[in-house]
Design a protein around this ligand. Structure first.
Ligand code: PMV
Length: 337
């Protein structure tokens, strides 16, 4: 729960948050209205993919304004921001519209734009601007209502989000270990340009309604998340690799079997995945994970990151390769200049 600070609220604040990638994937909601996941997930927060967001509550505004990378937003993006601002206004008693400015420190057009970093940063900036106390579980719960993966970006390093129960009012992610616990690297192979296909909420609903594998997926996920948490705590790369890769492929198999089918892979996705499997057969410590899009994220240890990046760069159809270490949780920062 947030507490109201006694002093007058600053009315403006800026926060930075980083994207995360799930090693135990979340796919499917147990309660669509409350945005509660049907399965537990576990993720790593990435240093290189940041979103910086400033919020200013202003008496002179007659509606909320949302500017993303210098472009004023309308429609669904604005609505999602307003929904979070409404919750913060209700909790704080502040009755003012806000201007929200947000900037991604990575190419938005690359299809890596992340609702996780976006809503974790917005939650932190709006809560602080409204004079509510800094409380990570409450921030995580607020972020989760907009995007379940955003709940995990409140924390750095390794975090998990438990499954929800229908009707549950509060659900926050929990930290497992900080980034210094285990120095992992992520090599991101961008395999396609342009906007991504079907969004995660719509994709999850189709999967839940039509995939013959959905129930099996929901039953399998808790043990996968538990095994991954154990592997993280023990720094067991092999264990992590095995279950994380299986989680990603099981999620996609489940989604692919939906009607209509959800096929996020592009030809270069398959080629990059096969390149990762080839490196595994050579004994390199690496595994692949894939979200609701065509890009491959290869997770490895620092000494192997350059070799793996080089190998993925040579895959036909991979047009850019990025690297990231693990990053911190959400933080307040200087205003966007
Ligand atoms: O919370 P959303 O709507 O961003 O959905 C996240 C879905 C995946 O990225 C595919 C998996 C995950 O756990 O992050």
């Amino acid at each position: 729960m947030f507490t109201r600070e006694l002093t007058s609220p600053p009315l403006e604040a800026c926060a930075v948050a980083r994207a995360n990638i799930a090693l135990a994937k979340y796919w499917g909601k147990v309660d669509l209205e409350r945005n509660l996941p049907a399965v537990p997930s576990l993720s790593i927060t990435l240093d290189a993919l940041t979103t910086k967001t400033s919020v200013r509550f202003d008496r002179s505004l007659d509606s909320d304004v949302f500017v993303l990378d210098d472009a004023a937003q309308t429609g669904r993006p604005l609505l999602r921001v307003q929904t979070m601002l409404d919750q913060v206004r209700q909790l704080s008693g502040i009755d003012l519209y806000a201007e929200v400015r947000s900037a991604n420190a990575f190419p938005t057009a690359a299809g890596l734009a992340s609702s996780a970093s976006a809503f974790a940063a917005l939650a932190a900036a709006s809560v602080h601007a409204a004079g509510l106390g800094w409380n990570l579980p409450a921030l995580s719960d607020l972020a989760r209502r907009a995007s379940a993966s955003a709940a995990r970006s409140v924390y750095g390093g390794f975090a998990k989000l438990p499954a929800g129960l229908p009707g549950q009012e509060v659900l926050s992610a929990q930290p497992i270990a900080g980034k210094e616990h285990w120095d992992l690297r992520v090599v991101i192979a961008l395999t396609a340009k342009g906007p991504k296909g079907i969004g995660s909420t719509a994709g999850m609903e189709v999967t839940k309604a039509t995939s013959p594998f959905y129930d099996a997926w929901v039953r399998w996920c808790p043990q996968a998340a538990e095994r991954l948490e154990q592997a993280v705590l023990e720094r067991d790369f092999e264990g992590l690799a095995h279950v994380a890769q299986q989680s990603a492929l099981a999620m996609h198999a489940c989604a692919m079997a939906s009607s209509p089918s959800l096929l996020y892979f592009q030809p270069p996705t398959i080629r990059a995945l096969q390149a990762v499997q080839h490196m595994q057969s050579e004994g390199l410590p690496v595994f692949a994970t894939i979200d609701a899009g065509p890009h491959i994220k290869a997770v490895t240890l620092p000494a192997y990151a350059d070799v793996i990046a080089e190998r993925l760069r040579s895959v036909e159809g991979v047009h850019e390769v990025m690297q990231s270490a693990l990053g911190s949780g959400v933080e307040l920062c200087e205003a966007i200049g």
